[in-house]
Ligand binder design. Structure first.
Ligand SMILES: NC(=O)c1ccc[n+]([C@@H]2O[C@H](COP(=O)([O-])OP(=O)(O)OC[C@H]3O[C@@H](n4cnc5c(N)ncnc54)[C@H](OP(=O)(O)O)[C@@H]3O)[C@@H](O)[C@H]2O)c1
Length: 283
């Protein structure tokens, strides 16, 4: 017999989570601020809750932001014996607030993040990460695995949210680089599709550098084996100059160049690219 679950929040992601639980045979209760978004799930066998307090089993919250999570937790009423898994993207500070609130009210709290798009939830392409009490994760691991492969990062409830912020920065930086590159290529009459093989090659190369670069960052040694910041600065200036002549936005290219110039001013012109981490460490 599959365990009962409740999904609070049926936006794009919450709806996908509830659908995956239903397909796997979990008795699934659903609630959404706009109740109509539950209609098709109810037609598939879900139970509609009238309020966030009408939950059954493991409670999964997936809404737009921390304000919505806070409101839902307040509306859940007594939490004695209830287990709340928050899959909403929030900051580590919010997570610690929610964990303390739920625990103080007699419940148990696990924080999680979904490393997948809604269509992939419940398939082999879906991964989730969690932080909070290990014993709580172990207890509910099998149920949560319905949504995708899971991993537990650590006892600190805020750990997942910290990783999530770092990973999102990486995703946006990669995408911004691709989009900025597409704008440069487009202004030169080259389609974005033609850039894809080069972009994939570069992403694969960078992915291969990461373990060694992470060691350099952790040890504070910035090897110039892959070239110096001085050398890269010449290429950065080329990007800014050509973007200006093409009439393409230079916000990102100027920021990239300015960070490198600051690293050079700090004495790292002859260092490898990882020395830029010192610029990111400053507030
Ligand atoms: N979509 C993705 O690809 C994806 C991938 C990974 C992680 N996530 C994360 O999943 C979370 C949800 O994203 P989503 O794509 O599902 O967003 P979404 O489609 O915009 O849905 C937002 C949900 O939040 C609810 N909501 C907003 N304000 C509320 C409030 N004050 N009280 C109660 N409910 C409220 C909305 O209810 P109404 O329907 O009534 O407006 C809706 O159910 C986010 O943290 C997001 O970062 C999303």
């Amino acid at each position: 017999m599959s365990n009962a679950v409740t999904v609070l929040g049926l936006g794009q992601m919450g709806h996908a989570l509830a659908g995956a639980f239903l397909r796997a045979g979990h008795p699934t209760t659903v609630w959404n601020r706009t109740a109509a978004k539950a209609d098709d799930l109810v037609a598939q066998g879900a139970t509609l809750a009238g309020t966030p307090a009408d939950t059954a089993g493991l409670v999964v919250i997936c809404v737009s932001d921390h304000h919505a999570v806070r409101g839902i937790l307040a509306a859940m009423g007594p939490l004695e014996g209830r287990v709340v898994v928050n899959l909403t993207s929030v900051t580590p500070t919010h997570v610690r607030e929610f964990a303390a609130d739920v625990t103080r009210r007699g419940g148990a709290y696990l924080d999680g993040g979904i490393l997948a798009v809604p269509d992939a939830v419940g398939t082999a392409e879906s991964m989730l990460a969690f932080s909070g009490p290990r014993a709580l994760y172990d207890e509910h691991e099998a149920t949560l695995a319905t949504l995708g492969a899971g991993m537990h990062l650590g006892e600190d409830p805020g750990l997942l949210a910290t990783h999530e912020l770092a990973t999102l920065m990486l995703m946006w930086s990669m995408l911004n680089g691709f989009l900025n590159g597409a704008a440069i290529l487009g202004a030169s009459g080259v389609s974005a599709a033609e850039a894809v093989p080069f972009a994939r090659m570069m992403i694969d190369s960078v992915a291969g550098w990461l373990p060694g670069y992470a060691d350099q960052i952790d040890q504070g040694t910035y090897s110039a084996d892959h070239g110096t910041i001085d050398t890269q600065l010449v290429s950065m200036a080329n990007v800014v100059e050509e973007s200006e002549s093409l009439g393409v936005n230079t916000d990102l290219s100027k920021l990239v160049k300015a960070l490198a110039e600051r690293a050079v001013a700090a004495g790292h012109g002859g260092s490898g690219y990882t020395a830029l981490v010192e610029q990111f460490r400053k507030s």
